[in-house]
Design a protein around this ligand. Structure first.
Ligand SMILES: [Zn+2]
Ligand SMILES: [Zn+2]
Length: 337
């Protein structure tokens, strides 16, 4: 049993022997792979020290095999291949009582608010487990969590086949939103300024535009015969993204806010009023998003696996995270647990 712990100040320690037996309603998962998310990097950089306890085990994008099952758990067996939906809601608040427990007012986001999957065994509530096909590749399965984010974003938008969608931001989530939108039958363009990410999206067959070279609004107007896109996904979390998001959609078009804004940002509300634009927040995922994400990743018709740009052992987490600060040429790094 090996676990990695964030100790503060960009320090990761590797510790042995802290496996927890499952309580009655829990299972223990032998973690196969755990993906590194932007959130993990934020934790590593100390940006989230006020929220994250120390020492802290990071990780919330994982795949694995059930190793032990609590006495009250039914429908899950030792040896099942699974992924974890890392949300532990309170069950009592307004959101939980109205079918929106994924955005519980008191949500425990596992891996951030409590210990996560960057360890060889993770003991979690059985309610967070989704079984995956027994022949599914466990490396690809570690992508289910970020793909479920993208599925939720697309589901929130009401996107239909034949719609045109603009995705602002071409990082891992932006690319996954574009691929999921394509799987829904939409025409998609990604707006991104980083040359590596532009090339990466192009290699996956996604159209791209660099707004520092071509004005995004002009580009979209030409693409849509002056109508505007049906949906814009703002994934960048940037001020220019917030400013332009209401300007690229058609009358009664939809803007889905995916990026996280730590600070308030300016929005062109006049355009929102003029075109009766709908602004929709989208955060994490629901059960049904996970089910579709598992299906999409298992079939892999949209080459989700190409996002995995590196796989390295858990013991090297310190080096991996140090390296990610200097090397921006990666997409999704998986840690083999
Ligand atoms: Zn994440
Ligand atoms: Zn709640």
């Amino acid at each position: 049993m090996t676990a990695t712990r964030y100790e503060g100040n960009k320090k990761i320690s590797v510790v042995e022997g802290c496996k927890k037996a499952p309580k009655a309603n829990e299972v223990t998962v032998e973690i196969a792979y755990s993906g590194i998310c932007g959130t993990d990097l934020h934790i590593f950089h100390g940006v989230m020290d006020e929220r994250v306890g120390k020492p802290h085990i990071m990780g919330h994008e994982c795949s694995g095999v059930i190793e032990a099952v609590g006495s009250d758990v039914s429908g899950l067996s030792i040896g099942d291949k699974v992924v974890v939906r890392p949300l532990d809601p309170c069950g009592a608040c307004y959101a939980c009582q109205h079918g929106m427990s994924h955005i519980c007012y008191n949500l425990n986001f596992m891996g951030v608010d409590t210990d996560g999957s960057m360890q060889s065994y993770w003991t979690v509530p059985a309610s967070t487990i989704h079984k995956i096909p027994q022949d599914m590749d466990l490396k690809n399965a570690a992508l289910v969590e970020p793909v479920a984010v993208a599925v939720h974003d697309v589901n929130r938008s009401g996107l239909k086949a034949g719609d045109k969608a603009v995705v602002i931001g071409g990082g891992p989530i932006g690319i996954l939103v574009a691929l999921v939108a394509k799987s829904f039958g939409a025409d998609v363009v990604i707006s991104e300024i980083n040359p590596f990410r532009l090339g990466f999206a192009k290699d996956l067959g996604i159209d791209t535009v660099n707004p520092t070279e071509k004005d995004l609004v002009t580009y979209v107007n030409t693409w849509t015969d002056g109508v505007g896109a049906d949906v814009c996904f703002e994934v960048s979390g940037s001020k220019p993204g917030a400013m332009v998001m209401t300007e690229v959609v058609k009358t009664r078009g939809k803007v889905v806010l995916v990026g996280i804004y730590g600070q308030p940002a300016e929005v062109n509300l006049k355009q929102m009023w003029l075109r009766e634009v709908e602004l929709i927040g989208a955060r994490v995922y629901e059960d049904i998003d996970y089910d579709l994400a598992i299906d999409l990743v298992a079939k892999n018709d949209y080459s989700f696996d190409k996002l995995i740009t590196k796989v390295a052992p858990l013991e090297e987490l310190q080096d991996i995270l140090d390296g990610m600060d200097t090397d921006q040429q990666g997409m999704k790094v998986l840690v083999k647990c």
